[in-house]
Design a protein around this ligand. Structure first.
Ligand code: GLC
Ligand code: GLC
Length: 812
């Protein structure tokens, strides 16, 4: 069952009922000011950091669900309704929500009044603009009242929901222009130099700034007293819960429309220019911001600018395959989600509360693989920021805070896959841009510039960390965990509440990871290539000798007979082996070892992928392990703490499905690679939205596995490495346009019946117009012509100064 449809021409997903199984959200904002917004107008806004500078309050654990947002109420006689249905939930005569790239719109009607709402964050301002148009579709005059409503968060979202003994006394506001502009200035008197505003471009007939006066005691936003009375109380908040609400009386002749623009903004003043009079905040920048968006034309122009930004971004990789699901994911939604992961990492979604994790070291490096072609300059800075949280021995803080860019010592280090992801991200950046100069940048360790090294020096530390941290089988030590945060082989936690990730000795000298072995072979080789490019062939040779040792360990101690072992635990017992009672096979080493090329020539790769298909596959995707753990295994940690079928315990962890799909392309299995791609692909899953539940335009981190009660149900949408990895898979391996240091390589691996396709790729300042003739083949180029000349091999030779390449590839 579906709850909407894709409008590919408009680059929008259209939701046709407010009653989606879960809130289906969108992200607004491109640089520093962001909002999450659901199809029923729920969500919240923050500046830079979802924990420390939160503008509006959201209640994650609340019932009814999705509570607090940017609400508009319409009172028309005795009927009160909202264009987004929530919070009053009056049945609407019509409802449509469109989520576009960085904006959302609603068109709803009730009793022949139509409300149109457009909400977005302009490219270069720290505000969210909402344009509200009311139209009278009756044959008589309409006299209605429009109310706005936002509830302020007292900045630190963590403290805001805990520290009531203080917070109920700190709230302060100012109001100007008869109530049209409301200023939220809590803590501005002391250590803050920022405040928030909510203004509307018209004279108002009333306002409120105190929540309890607007809503009434014991009421929620579903039944505000002021709206029922048709009149705000002009309250001035003092402590308690400050809000901003406007009241506008609107008279409309038959057929007449009126439009109002609301601006929710963040303002910072210089430390020495905070006040315009004692206790009166300096409003100059706020007034200027409001003036900028005080008319419809200005709002429309700002939206046009946002749309232009996106159409330019999306012109960098564009496919026409004739398969509308593939085209819409590749050309629109998958890339959009990659940009959202760039902006949010794992901080703020409807599953990540914005107060927990900052930026993940491994997560951010992997996200980069999906957005580096879109914003190479910002990717460059991101790499430097991430590398600055590495330690001198090559290990790294697992997370860092976006506002301070400092490593987070609560979680610390010891996740032994982390160092290698830095090589992955850097190599992807250099292959995309050709910018080797990044390797010469001086980058601090743990943000300490006095111990800086070049970025290349950091990569060497990454490489050497793995090379020098190996266990009894010559496999890399796992530390606190590798990619699988829940495989905690050095933890042994017996008491509830202990963090599986930080409890126990971090550096167990025994527990090893076959997954990291796969990473080392893959990214170690990418490191060796970078060393060669820098002219250091001795280092490349040394690296390859180290890689060979780990390769050999992976194909011997790491091989279980029919698939790769997952790990060795702290007692040197196998994890993910036929010898185990539960958890006999894990997905990660099968996908990653094969995509790294391990066991291909020995025939092990073929066997490993067969085992995946036989043992882990379901119609909704490939499960992370089988059989699921039915009891808690002290020696394995969090993985066995989840009920069977959920999360890392035999859920379908979407992130590593593309690894297996890529691995299948390495073996030339186009049919199977695409089959795997389709199973978790949102556009394909749209048809079963009632089972899948999460948004049909983005990937979720996890889909419940076969052992779970709700097999097929998605959770944790948006902020997942799945976005980057599926984009890498479909764009670079299945459609096969892969950036190498020497130029673009063309090597598609598609299902037999895929058909011919064309593709535009902008790369290092040139445009490549590529057409692929398939001939029913799954893989293998028989002829490649570039600008009319036949070329040997798969790589389009890069020619200085050439701006257009016409490329024809024939498979078969
Ligand atoms: C989460 C984490 C990611 C980890 C994965 C598997 O998605 O963000 O870092 O690799 O879980 O545990
Ligand atoms: C926690 C979660 C786990 C998640 C990880 C991400 O351990 O339980 O599922 O992947 O955090 O860091």
């Amino acid at each position: 069952m579906k709850y909407g449809y894709f409008d590919d021409n408009a680059l929008e997903y259209v939701i046709t009922t407010p009653k989606t199984p879960l809130p289906w959200i969108n992200y607004l904002g491109n640089k520093e000011f962001f909002s999450l917004i659901s199809n029923t107008c729920g969500g919240y806004t923050f500046y830079k950091d979802a924990k420390l500078l939160r503008l509006t309050r959201y209640r994650y654990n609340n019932v009814p669900y999705d509570n607090n947002g940017k609400y508009f109420f319409i009172k028309d006689g005795d009927t009160v309704w909202n264009p987004g249905w929530q919070p009053v939930k009056t049945t609407l005569d019509s409802y449509e929500c469109r989520h576009g790239l960085g904006y959302s719109t609603w068109v709803s009607t009730k009793n022949d009044i139509e409300a149109k709402v457009l909400t977005f964050v302009p490219m270069d301002d720290n505000c969210e603009v909402s344009k509200v148009t009311l139209t009278n579709k009756k044959s008589s005059d309409a006299n209605i009242t429009l109310f706005s409503y936002v509830e302020w968060c007292l900045w630190n979202a963590d403290d805001d929901m805990k520290n009531f003994q203080r917070n109920l006394s700190t709230g302060e506001v100012e109001v100007t222009d008869g109530g049209s502009v409301i200023y939220h200035k809590t803590e501005y008197r002391e250590r803050r130099n920022h405040y928030a505003i909510y203004g509307v471009n018209t004279k108002v007939d009333g306002f409120d700034t105190s929540r309890d006066d607007f809503l009434g005691a014991y009421n929620g936003p579903d039944s505000p007293d002021a709206v029922a009375a048709g009149k705000c109380t002009n309250s001035m908040a003092s402590g308690w819960s400050p809000i901003a609400a406007h009241q506008i009386n609107v008279s409309l002749k038959p057929g007449e429309s009126k439009t109002f623009v609301f601006t929710l903004g963040y303002i910072e003043n210089p430390e020495d220019d905070k006040w315009e009079a004692p206790s009166v905040v300096n409003k100059k920048p706020a007034v200027a911001m409001l003036a900028k968006y005080n008319n419809e034309a200005a709002v429309d122009a700002a939206l046009a600018e946002l749309k232009k930004y996106w159409s330019e971004l999306l012109s960098i990789y564009h496919v026409s395959s004739g398969n509308e699901k593939v085209d819409r994911m590749v050309n629109i939604w998958n890339q959009y989600q990659c940009m959202v992961t760039f902006n949010m990492s794992r901080s703020a979604s409807y599953y990540e509360s914005g107060i927990g994790r900052g930026m993940g070291f491994r997560d951010s490096c992997q996200d980069l693989l999906g957005f580096v072609h879109l914003i190479p300059d910002r990717a460059r800075q991101r790499i430097i920021d991430i590398a600055s949280t590495q330690f001198q021995d090559g290990s790294a803080y697992h997370q860092y805070q976006p506002l301070t860019k400092k490593g987070n010592s609560d979680i610390g280090s010891g996740f032994n896959d982390d160092p290698l992801w830095l090589i992955a991200g850097t190599s992807a950046y250099i292959r995309e841009t050709g910018d080797l100069s990044i390797l010469d940048e001086m980058v601090p360790f743990d943000n300490d510039m006095s111990v800086a090294k070049t970025l290349m020096g950091h990569l060497k530390c990454s490489f050497d960390f793995t090379a020098t941290h190996k266990g009894p089988h010559g496999l890399p030590l796992i530390g606190r965990a590798d990619w699988n945060d829940c495989l905690n082989l050095n933890c042994f936690s017996e008491h509830p509440g202990e963090s599986f990730q930080t409890f126990g000795p971090s550096e167990g000298p025994v527990a090893e990871s076959v997954f990291i072995a796969g990473m080392f072979v893959k990214y170690g080789e990418e490191y060796a290539e970078l060393a060669e490019l820098k002219g250091d062939t001795a280092e490349a040779e040394r690296a390859r000798a180290e890689i060979k040792k780990v390769y050999d360990a992976a194909t011997t101690a790491g091989w279980d007979g029919e698939w790769f072992v997952r790990a060795y635990d702290a007692n040197s017992n196998k994890v993910g082996s036929k010898e185990c009672e539960e958890g006999q096979i894990y997905i990660e080493p099968q996908g990653f070892c094969v995509l790294a090329g391990i066991g291909v020539k020995e025939g092990l790769a073929e066997k490993a992928l067969k085992s995946v298909e036989e043992r882990l596959d379901t119609k909704y995707g490939i499960m992370i392990l089988q059989p699921a753990y039915t009891k808690y295994h002290l020696e394995l940690g969090e993985v066995s703490s989840y009920p069977p079928g959920y999360k890392e315990n035999a859920g379908i962890f979407c992130h590593n499905n593309p690894w297996v799909s890529i691995a299948e392309t390495v073996l030339g299995h186009g049919n199977r690679a695409f089959d795997i791609y389709k199973k978790t692909c949102p556009a394909y899953v749209e048809e079963i939205s009632d089972i899948h539940c999460t948004e049909p335009y983005v990937y979720s981190q996890m889909v419940a596995g076969r052992d779970a009660k709700f097999h097929g149900q998605g959770k944790n949408s948006w902020l997942t490495g799945t976005a980057a990895w599926t984009f890498v898979n479909i764009s670079q391996y299945i459609l096969g346009v892969y950036p190498t240091h020497k130029g673009l390589s063309i090597n598609p691996c598609v299902p037999e019946d895929f058909g011919d396709f064309t593709l535009t790729r902008k790369f290092r300042g040139a445009t490549y117009n590529i057409s692929v003739k398939q001939n029913g083949a799954q893989k293998g180029i028989s002829k490649l012509t570039v600008n009319g000349k036949e070329v040997e091999g798969n790589i389009i030779p890069y020619e200085e100064g050439v701006k257009e390449y016409t490329v024809e590839a024939i498979l078969g």
